[in-house]
Ligand binder design. Structure first.
Ligand code: SF4
Length: 413
């Protein structure tokens, strides 16, 4: 778990302080606003993992001016996805366990940030499965800080919390919103003059049916979720073969991303002498070795400025640049070099060693998943219209070209 103080909370607290679970969405903004009216200081706490980013929270905080603490829970969330105590939602989203964990982490940070309680933007009945009364109680139980979780938007429908009993928070000035209608939230947004806030769309990949299906296949194929594999299946067309995982880029951007993500042990495949996709083959026995390759995920790119807290202002000045200037890692540089190499191979500029298909003279494996990747890159390029076409296999600095005839890739058309 990595903690980054994007905007450091003040050293000295005033009357009372709340640690607010903050997604950047309207409900969490309103929860903070309701408490602020009672002169309660807000310290916003946001999370990110391989499955969701903190971009919205970082963007929203600029206007609100609240201190912001970012916690990376990538490892912790993978453990929960692999083994949730309370099961999944519609897709691969273990929301109850995940939310319980977030509140528990917040509880553990209360002392560090001199906060009196944890606040959340949850609304009773807003989400039938994860925000009904029973689920809210369960989250509090999982968090281990019973009585210290205050939901300002629905507080008057729920039992009084310790900060209310202690008189730190005036219960009468808290709200009694329930249900899925957004009417009262929209009225409040107008009251507080909020205009630019994201719609409650979520943004967690675990709720995305396409990604969830791939992740389930990955668990079956590898037996577990590895961070390097998760990064790979976020991109392109994904194929699971008994001996390897193949990811084929669908456009230039995905090709570049694949080049950036690929580890040292991975095998890259592209078309030779003609423009086409870049595929990455991760052989099961080789594992996702990525030594020396610090490929950045989309989330890293999105939250890049937050990761390097001191770059926050530069990021603000140039929101188009998601990685702070000069922060490209080793993985980015290698990815760029690989992308250049791939382009040269496709343009026929770089000379490559030629071989017949399935000839295992070199050290480069040309069978199973690698063989299929060769046919796929041809199938997804204009080379598929030809009688014969070549694919280039790139592995540990070596490049090998294999020629195929249409009968080979026809089955993938
Ligand atoms: S949507 Fe994703 S991040 Fe949010 S609680 Fe569910 S699993 Fe966790």
């Amino acid at each position: 778990m990595k903690i980054i103080e994007v905007k450091k909370p003040g050293e000295k607290k005033k009357r009372a302080r709340a640690l607010l679970l903050f997604s950047g969405g309207l409900d969490s903004i309103l929860a903070g606003k309701v408490l602020e009216e009672q002169e309660i200081e807000i310290v916003a706490l946001t999370f990110r993992s391989q499955f969701f980013g903190a971009g919205e929270a970082i963007r929203a905080i600029e206007e609100l001016g609240w201190p912001l603490v970012l916690v990376d829970i990538s490892r912790e969330q993978i453990e929960i996805v692999e083994n949730p105590r309370y099961g999944y939602g519609r897709q691969l989203n273990p929301c109850l366990d995940c939310h319980g964990q977030m509140v528990r982490i917040a509880g553990g940070l209360l002392e560090r940030y001199q906060a009196d309680f944890v606040a959340t933007g949850e609304v009773v009945g807003e989400r039938p499965k994860s925000q009904n009364r029973q689920a809210l109680g369960l989250v509090e139980k999982l968090s281990g800080i019973r009585g210290l979780v205050l939901r300002p938007l629905s507080a008057r429908l729920l039992p009084a919390t310790i900060p209310e009993e202690k008189g730190l928070v005036d219960r009468e000035r808290l709200l009694d919103i329930s249900g899925r209608s957004r009417k009262r939230q929209l009225e409040l947004a107008e009251k507080y003059g909020l205009k630019d806030y994201p719609t409650p769309a979520g943004g967690c990949l675990l709720t995305d049916p396409g990604f969830a299906a791939r992740a389930k296949q990955l668990i079956k194929w590898r037996g577990r979720l590895l961070p390097e594999d998760i990064e790979l299946i976020k991109t392109g067309r994904v194929f699971f073969e008994p001996d390897g995982l193949i990811v084929v880029g669908r456009n230039e951007r995905e090709n570049e991303k694949i080049a950036g993500i690929a580890g040292e042990a991975d095998i890259l495949v592209t078309t030779a002498g003609i423009k086409g996709p870049l595929a990455c083959v991760r052989l099961k026995e080789a594992g996702p070795l990525s030594a020396g390759r610090e490929a950045k995920s989309d989330r890293d790119r999105e939250d890049g400025a937050a990761v390097a807290g001191e770059y926050f202002s530069e990021w603000r000045a140039d929101q188009g640049s998601l990685i702070p200037p000069g922060q490209e890692g080793e993985g980015d540089r290698k990815g760029m070099a690989l992308t250049r190499m791939v382009r040269q191979i496709q343009e026929g500029i770089r000379s490559v060693e030629r071989q017949e298909p399935m000839n295992a003279k070199s050290n480069i494996p040309c069978q199973g998943a690698v063989h299929k990747a060769c046919l796929l890159v041809i199938r997804y390029s204009r080379a598929r219209e030809k009688e014969r076409a070549s694919a280039a296999i790139i592995h540990r600095g070596m490049v090998l070209e294999l020629e195929f005839c249409q009968a080979h890739w026809k089955k993938y058309l």
